[in-house]
Design a protein around this ligand. Structure first.
Ligand SMILES: Nc1nc2c(ncn2[C@@H]2O[C@H](COP(=O)(O)OP(=O)(O)OP(=O)(O)O)[C@@H](O)[C@H]2O)c(=O)[nH]1
Ligand SMILES: [Mg+2]
Length: 402
């Protein structure tokens, strides 16, 4: 009996270790001393009490829910100097002629890998069984995933078997097939006007994938569309995370709701919603911690945030985005799977395509999960995150022009 119990514990430990490996980025710094020395149970208790104060007392008026010490930075007044500085900060310095060329340049590591491989394998060679197998291997190497690669190659070979094809024909045909896979998921996120209260976007993902940066970049885009944006610093796990979001809020001149490190993210979300509603905010974006002690903590935290939001508006959050880092390649699949079990993911954002030769992962994600991909990131600049079009992405990935 004791032996069996020990075995079970080992299995549990094994599962925990796998979860940890998934949720914690390779090479991430160790937990900050403040978080290490705090007893996680104690944080939870404190947070629970704080939340009871704001949630349980249904009889309170919305105004009285707001804790007096909650630091809310109001929208600052611009001076002409601020405007000039901001214009300089936000200027596109890349000299590369807009998003399309940044996309092509950003995807160049991935496309070089594919085009180089293709010219080595197929040029001036009849499309026989071995050539198709080599093509399939190449697509798997380029992170399109075994199932997607097999499907693409099967379709590709159907009318071309035994023929001699040149490089451009092959790339064009593969790009067309990839475009078909990507078209249904290339859906930009368009926060709609709500009758009462803001459109709420909850940002999730493991640490370091680009959640906070994505909030900063999307905020700018929504502001350019004339929307009033607010940010909520729901990553209360690290002080630096709150500071990082504050910098983005300052840069975008938008209000932010934040609390101290260790505060309950659900309380931050609740108060942010209240504030956003009373200030007539159109879009509220809530950051979350990517790095928690384990998957159970993360699930509880996200579920609690969802519960308090639903209490205020049953349809909130209107979008739950999962941010994925393209450099992790096929590991992105495991992350989607894991987060789908935690929350109802409504859309993906795939970042760091510029730093990766694994851009093909977007194709396998689209093929396997069919979840809308709202935006892709090809650099750290504010304009480097944009909605994508299936045709441009597919052709860029194959190293082809428009
Ligand atoms: N090259 C490149 N870097 C990016 C892109 N998107 C984000 N980054 C960088 O990735 C790093 C991590 O981004 P964060 O926004 O802090 O990631 P996070 O998910 O909020 O991380 P945690 O708060 O630790 O969970 C930052 O240095 C960003 O500038 C991208 O598309 N390309
Ligand atoms: Mg962050």
């Amino acid at each position: 009996m004791i032996f069996w119990r020990r075995k079970k514990n080992e299995a549990d430990q094994d599962k925990d270790a796998k979860d940890q490996a998934l949720l914690h980025h390779k090479g991430e710094p160790s937990l900050e001393p403040a978080a290490q020395t705090q007893d996680p149970e104690a944080i939870d208790d404190a947070a629970e009490t704080a939340l009871k104060d704001v949630v349980a007392e249904e009889t309170l008026t919305p105004e009285s829910h707001i804790t007096p010490d909650l630091p809310i930075i109001p929208t600052p007044i611009h001076t002409p100097m601020d405007d000039a500085k901001e214009a300089e900060e936000l200027k596109d310095h890349s000299d590369e002629g807009g998003w399309l060329s940044r996309l092509t340049k950003g995807l160049s590591k991935s496309s070089n890998k594919i085009t180089q491989g293709l010219s080595d394998l197929l040029t001036k060679r009849k499309l026989d069984k071995d050539a198709l197998q080599d093509l399939e291997d190449l697509l798997i190497m380029a992170d399109l995933g075994p199932a997607t690669a097999a499907r693409i190659v099967k379709e590709f070979g159907e009318n071309r078997f035994g023929k001699e094809l040149d490089d451009a024909e092959i790339r064009g045909a593969l790009a067309a097939q990839i475009e078909v896979i990507l078209t249904p998921v290339a859906v930009p996120l368009a926060p709609s006007k709500q009758a009462d209260g803001p459109y709420v976007i909850l940002m999730t993902g493991v640490n370091g994938v680009g959640k906070t940066t994505t909030i900063g970049k999307l905020a700018r885009q929504y502001q350019m569309q004339g929307k009033k944006v607010m940010m909520a610093a729901g990553d209360t796990f690290r002080a630096a995370a709150v500071e990082q979001l504050s910098v983005w809020a300052e840069r975008n001149h938008c209000p932010i709701v934040k609390k101290d490190i260790g505060a309950d993210p659900a309380a931050v979300a609740y108060e942010a919603y209240e504030q956003a509603k009373s200030q007539g905010i159109d879009v509220l974006m809530i950051d979350t911690a990517g790095r928690l002690h384990n998957k159970k903590n993360l699930m509880e935290e996200l579920q609690k945030v969802l519960r308090v939001l639903k209490k205020q508006a049953p349809e909130a959050p209107h979008s739950v985005l999962l941010v994925l880092d393209a450099t992790t390649g096929q590991n992105a699949h495991a992350q989607v799977q894991a987060f789908k079990e935690l929350v109802d993911i409504s859309g993906l954002v795939v970042t760091k395509l510029d730093g990766s030769a694994k851009g093909g992962v977007l194709v396998s994600l689209a093929d396997q999960f069919k979840i809308p991909v709202h935006a892709i990131g090809v650099g750290e600049g504010i304009e480097d995150l944009q909605p994508f079009t299936a045709r441009h992405f597919a052709r860029s990935l194959m190293g082809l022009g428009d």
